[in-house]
Design a protein around this ligand. Structure first.
Ligand code: HEM
Length: 399
């Protein structure tokens, strides 16, 4: 039998990683890559153990000497461990609780239908350009209280920040990549400055005003941390939610019986979206750094070594999910790890799920049928962190 080699950059693997993941779970659940200085985890239990313990597995990834972060670019909550993490997350977590998010539903509905009004003027449309990309950007811009009309610019920034996500884990970071990112961060900072000034003078009922209030008390949030939080919130939910909605539509096209059931009974939508999160996870991997040397399942891990948990594989683990390779919108007790696990569990999980439910629901309401415009291979997102497509041309017959 061929030696096990897992190359997450290989396009064939990226299009269908599940057979490689299955072999990984079976034969090499803890895999020290021969060609990259990282260890990969394929099983659910190992992934959970990694993500739940920040005292051994850190989210802070230091850069090599000479490439360190400038002082005015501290890591966001995503890149720090408790107790800093607890402080930074606590400042915004109230805005993302399931109760607060449910109140947004009518507004999400209105945005999705407005976008579809424009999109359905054409018979062939790119669902990514017309619905799945703009929706999360408009929603988070409104929550933050920044002008949604600037969303073309947010897309440019967001694309630049996430296109190489994950690269630095597997290959040494390059100064060019870091410079590109830092230029974008400085541009975003310049963009936010007048808005921050405005909220200092005249607070409103938005997230930006909340952060400005915490910053002006000084001890809770520094100015630079505030900017990093704004950038994280503006970027973290875009590509991910775009991919979730796109993956949902692709799975429904691949499983017409499930699509028919959903059309007949929209109350199945929340469970259907949970199943998409498990079956076609928009974020495929979640990395950590070893705080001290240890071992996992007998495989040694050096101090500071990176360990990557493959969420996409954990979510197909046969030890946890019955018939894991079956797309089942009736699945009960769906304990997927698509939003991570432990202290960094996705802050936007309730928001993202609701956005996807509303977007897919609106597409079903507004169409009699939809199908792929052609059978060609769809362009993949460039980062190995994500599973999703950058364009999804559909022929839609309006309702
Ligand atoms: C389908 C959509 C989404 C997926 C699959 C997703 C996935 C994830 C995952 C896996 C993590 C954990 C990272 C880690 O363990 O290091 C995470 C964290 C995070 N997500 Fe999401 N996310 C989604 C949407 C959103 C949205 C809509 C927002 C907000 C607008 C958001 C904001 C965040 C933030 C702020 C964190 C960092 C939390 C922390 O460090 O405590 N995400 N997300």
């Amino acid at each position: 039998m061929a030696a096990f080699d897992f190359d997450p950059f290989d396009e064939t693997v990226r299009r269908d990683p599940y057979p490689v993941y299955a072999r990984g779970r079976r034969e090499h659940p803890v895999f020290a890559h021969p060609t990259f200085p990282v260890v990969s985890l394929f099983r659910y239990q190992d992934t959970q153990a990694l993500l739940r313990d920040p005292s051994q597995w850190s989210n802070f990834f230091p850069l090599p000497p000479g490439m360190e972060r400038p002082d005015d670019m501290p890591p966001s909550m995503l890149g720090v461990d408790p107790p800093e993490h607890t402080r930074l997350r606590g400042l915004v977590s109230q805005a993302f609780t399931p109760r607060v998010i449910r109140l947004l539903e009518p507004r999400l509905h209105a945005i999705a239908h407005e976008l579809l009004d424009a999109a359905l003027a054409q018979r062939t449309l790119d669902l990514v350009a017309t619905l799945t990309h703009p929706l999360p950007v408009i929603v988070i811009a409104e929550m933050l209280g920044i002008p949604a009309r600037d969303r073309a610019q947010f897309k440019v920034w967001s694309d630049a920040l996430v296109k190489n996500l994950g690269m630095g884990l597997l290959t040494p970071p390059t100064i060019e990549r870091l410079d590109e990112q830092r230029t974008v961060i400085r541009e975003m900072r310049t963009y936010f400055l007048p808005l921050v000034e405005e909220r200092r003078r005249e607070p409103r009922e938005d997230l930006l005003s909340g952060l400005v209030a915490a910053e002006s008390e000084g001890s809770r949030l520094s100015f630079d941390e505030m900017i990093q939080t704004l950038i994280l919130l503006l970027v973290a939910g875009n590509e991910t939610t775009t991919n979730l909605i796109g993956n949902a539509v692709l799975e429904l096209l691949a499983h017409p019986a499930a699509l028919d059931e959903l059309r007949a009974d929209p109350s199945l939508m929340p469970d259907a979206i949970e199943e998409v999160l498990r079956f076609s996870s928009p974020v495929q991997m979640d990395p950590r750094r070893a705080v001290r040397a240890t071992e996992i399942g007998g495989v040694p891990v050096a101090e500071n070594q990176f360990v990557i948990s493959w969420i996409g594989s954990a979510n197909r683990d046969e030890e946890v999910f019955e018939r894991p390779d079956v797309f089942d919108i009736h699945r009960k007790n769906n304990r997927h790890l698509a939003f991570g696990f432990g202290p960094h569990y996705c802050l936007g999980a309730s928001l993202a799920s609701l956005e996807a439910q509303v977007a897919v629901g609106a597409l079903l309401e507004r169409s009699r049928t939809f199908r792929r415009a052609d059978d060609g291979l769809l362009p993949l997102h460039p980062s190995i962190v994500f599973r999703g497509v950058r364009a999804l041309p559909l022929v839609v017959e309006p309702a």
